[in-house]
Design a protein around this ligand. Sequence first.
Ligand SMILES: [Fe+2]
Length: 296
Amino acid sequence: MLWILIGVMAAVTAVCLLDSWYERYHFRVIRETVASPKIGPAFDGYKVVMLSDLHNNSFGEENERLLSAIDRLKPDAVMIAGDMIVAKGVHSLKVPLHLIGELAKKYPVYYANGNHETRMREEREIYGSQYEEYTAELKKLGVHLLIDESVTVCRGEDRLGISGLELDKYLYKGLGKAVMEDGYMDKKLGAADERDFHILLAHSPLYFEEYAAWGADLVFAGHFHGGTIRIPFLGGVMTPNYMFFPQYDAGTYRQFGSVMVLSSGLGTHSINIRLNNRPQLICVELKRERRERTKG
Ligand SMILES: [Fe+2]
């Protein structure tokens, strides 16, 4: 009886490992629509491909499958919510640089740092000048590196604000949400311009309420890798920093008068497992929403 049990457990483990290996290299395309009266007619139908947490993963040789899928979506812009690299031990930067380089030839690319980019910059005793080399390459490629910076894209009178927030390390620490100090968002990014439909690239989803209060109409986040293993009806089990059943794991959240699109990411690190949790290539289409006219 014991041997049968051991045999069944070994078979289940083998199936799970095989499935996890398959999932890690087969992404899913997720399409989402975000509507707002703040989206001007010139940005009605504007398509954003959102990438996060690639962590050096490659879908086919030199990410050819990912690049083809992005081309088929015909985006107006590519927005990156951080962690394209792995800063846990020294790794090559070739994979993300090649992918982003190919994208930047065709599309405007906006990039905000995740905790791995921040770590690479701050731990010089391990990474030396890798961060400076990486960001210098990105700038050479024409990438809009938004490190606590904002840009406005104008089409006639219609405006799209895009901000990239780099969260300080204390906001990633612990097994839950830390307390974001008062005025933090304003200090980092200045006040959000009320004329803009404002997109915020912010790696951690934990501070959605604070992002919305600052003025983000649409937030792109990642970081939690969908919770590693997803259980139907319960969602993601565990984040890479060992937070169990997180409040936000993956998907689109409409709260606080804002929308957050949270990606399961495209790669893994440390816990190289994905079960019922395929990597995600996300495409968001902006739609102009007409204001209801009140009868008077
Ligand atoms: Fe992260």
